[in-house]
Write a protein that binds this ligand. Sequence first.
Ligand SMILES: [Mg+2]
Length: 280
Amino acid sequence: MVKTGRFLSMSKPRPLSLRFLPEQFCRSLEILFTDIDDTITQDSLLTAPAYASLWKLYEHGIQVAVVTGRPAGWCDHIARMWPVRGVIGENGAFYFSYRRDKNRMERCYLISEEERLEGRKKLEKIRERVLRDVPACKIAADQAFRITDLAIDYCEDVKPLKPSEIARICRIIENEGAVYKISNIHINCWYGNFDKVSGIKEFIKNELDLQLSEIPDQVVFIGDSPNDEPMFKELKHCIAVANIAPYLKQLKSLPMYLTKSRAACGFSEAVDIILKKRKH
Ligand SMILES: [Mg+2]
């Protein structure tokens, strides 16, 4: 049997090649959500072609919203200066959207100011315990620019921690009743009922005055890793860049499409195909 498509495999369906992306969908696409790290960056740099792809989307009237675990300080800059409609940051704790017509930044949080203050106090305890019990880790260098979460560096500016050390950090966080997500460089933890999917839904509700369920065919997400799986599960149209390949077996919810190229090159590949099919 020749396995060429998502639904021909006898085991778990596989993501489709981008050539199967329907032209009708490309024409109706209104908003593109994208991850940052290893999706529009390559070797930790935002590449010129990937940034140019963001501009191409802007010029073709497709709105872009970035979805990331990166800190509020970064998000403030991105929302203000990049050709994007908004940024969902700190794993969905908030979104920032800069209104160019009014010269005003909109900041919408998914938890109240009291909850944020209370959460920060409780995260201090996790910080102390983690640094005491797992001395090989560090608090992430970008922690000063965060509002709602604590980012523990296990692989960015420190020698990669052993799996047992990562597990120890996760147990401490659980023990303190916080939520955590492991990215490719940090363990992010927080208090509050939000995630990237709820951030996307809030963004669509407030910024577009719609529900995600009303516009499944006008939205796409592009990501690269297991921490993007909630979007693969929730959004009808998702694309992963090729560097996700080693993780596909462990995912329960797969992206619908897969690029040929890795990371930033894969992002540009997807944008070019979407824009080309949009013309047909
Ligand atoms: Mg990523």
